[in-house]
Ligand binder design. Structure first.
Ligand code: NAP
Length: 283
């Protein structure tokens, strides 16, 4: 669509930025809603992040998303950080407010929960124990989101135990760490299993996790979305567990930013998924 001089502007900062799916995602919504606006990829080196963020209000941007490697560094560069982003320790959505004030939010946990709610009718975090495998950046957002969704118990398993223990102490709530060697047993009576590692990604080995002890009704989700059906999801599906792929998390986390920048609350639809999957296939 042709832009006017009044076009609203947002984008995504990362380094490198070429693989980001966010321009395809927001571009779809901009076209769908016929909005006079643009969402642009911005390759920003780490040493230029502060200057790039401060340029947003100067250039008339409504805000931006942040991706690797900027999410943690941005925390200290905001004028205001929302409490969820503060607990997660990372910012993925920036809003430009009055007088150029920068507000940092984190919508990754929101995207994670909305993906489950959208895929499994009546899903609630209160159903029972959740098992989260992985203690990296993505796991932080998922842990905070599961606590806020009312999970009665969260079993955190990570290859490097010390990292899981540090995260459990920092985030608090009903998180219990379980050593890597006992990961299979951690699945007993679980209501939800989450792979928050990069295992199963194209080019990486599958997550090494025996599912024998996992109840058949437990929901299994993976935050890896390339491939869409990871070896973990395929194994869970074969034994009859409900499965939810990771692409939905990416799509849903984008909703709050789009609504704030462009003034329209967008939806995650099959057509959006298809458009983003087309971009993914081109990668
Ligand atoms: P990260 O901070 O680098 O953390 C990686 C995690 O994977 C750590 O827990 C690490 O364990 C674990 N891991 C790595 N190699 C392993 C191995 N050989 N065996 C067992 N565990 C291993 O990465 P991240 O930012 O959290 O991202 C993780 C994945 O999530 C990536 O594939 C990313 O693309 C995806 N992601 C998806 C979404 C979405 O919207 N769907 C959002 C964010 C991220 P150690 O601590 O032992 O190293």
């Amino acid at each position: 669509m042709t832009l006017t001089g009044n076009a609203k502007k947002a984008g995504v900062m990362g380094w490198p930025i070429g693989h980001s799916l966010s321009p395809a995602l927001h571009g779809y919504w901009l076209r769908h809603h016929r909005i006079d606006g643009a969402y642009v990829p911005m390759g920003v080196r780490p040493e230029h992040l502060a200057a790039a963020l401060r340029a947003l209000p100067v250039l008339g941007f409504a805000g931006c998303n942040l991706t690797i490697p900027h999410k943690e560094a941005a925390l200290g560069l905001m004028d205001r950080v929302d409490p969820v982003a503060r607990r997660i320790g990372a910012v993925n959505t920036v809003l430009v407010g009055a007088e150029g004030m920068l507000e940092g939010r984190n919508t990754d946990g929101f995207g994670f929960i909305e993906n489950l709610r959208g895929a499994i009718a009546g899903w609630t975090g209160r159903r029972g124990p959740a098992v989260v495998i992985g203690a990296g950046g993505a796991a932080r957002a998922i842990l905070v989101a599961l606590i806020d969704a009312g999970a009665p118990e969260i079993r955190l398993v990570n290859r490097t135990e010390a990292r899981a223990a540090a995260l459990a102490t920092e985030i608090g709530g009903p998180i219990r760490t379980i050593v890597w060697q006992r990961r299979g047993m951690a699945l007993r009576e679980a209501a939800l299993l989450v792979n928050a590692t990069n295992r199963g990604m194209t080019g990486e080995a599958a997550l090494d996790l025996p599912l024998d002890d996992l109840p058949q009704e437990a929901v299994v989700t993976d935050i890896v979305y390339a491939p869409l059906e990871t070896p973990l999801l395929a194994a869970a599906r074969r034994r009859g567990n409900p499965v939810v792929d990771g692409l939905g998390m990416l799509l849903h986390q984008a909703r709050p930013g789009f609504a704030a920048w462009f003034g329209v609350a967008p939806s995650v639809t099959p057509a959006l998924r298809a458009a983003v999957m087309e971009s993914l296939a081109r990668e």
